[in-house]
Design a protein. Structure first.
Length: 141
């Protein structure tokens, strides 16, 4: 076993600290880059621009999507699809009703917020808030 004394012991401690700091930095950078790459993925796990998908309706839920998804997930044959269709259609209509109700309530909350903070904002801030609300309203339709 190697026995270090005095100056050599201090040098060894500094070297070990530097190595540990280096390993820590590499770990942080690696974790950070992994997190960033995951953030750049959309909900399907593909890289891409979310706005591009939104323009094409990629994030907007459509009633027929539920039926197609259920049939695909269950790998239903044509006989099963015919038997399942009334139930899936009923669920789709209920989901659409829930979305409409939620949207209505959400807009009431935004209207209330706008009224409450209106005295605190400047004209350009009010316009930006109004524009946001309008965009949000359009996105949910």
């Amino acid at each position: 076993m190697l026995c270090l004394k005095g100056k050599h012991k201090k040098v060894m401690k500094k070297s070990m600290k530097r190595i540990l700091v280096g390993i820590l930095l590499i770990s942080v950078i690696t974790v950070s880059s992994i997190a960033q790459s995951r953030d750049k993925r959309d909900h399907h796990g593909r890289h891409g621009d979310k706005e591009r998908h939104q323009k094409h309706g990629g994030y907007k839920f459509k009633t027929h999507d539920l039926s197609a998804k259920v049939y695909r997930i269950t790998n239903a044959d044509s006989i099963q699809v015919k038997k399942m269709k009334p139930f899936v259609d009923k669920a789709s209509k209920r989901l659409e009703t829930l979305r409409t109700e939620y949207h209505r309530k959400e807009m009431k909350v935004l209207d209330s917020l706008q009224l409450q903070i209106k005295p605190l904002l400047k004209e350009d801030q009010l316009k930006r808030l109004s524009d946001f609300k309008e965009k949000h309203n359009q996105k949910l339709k």
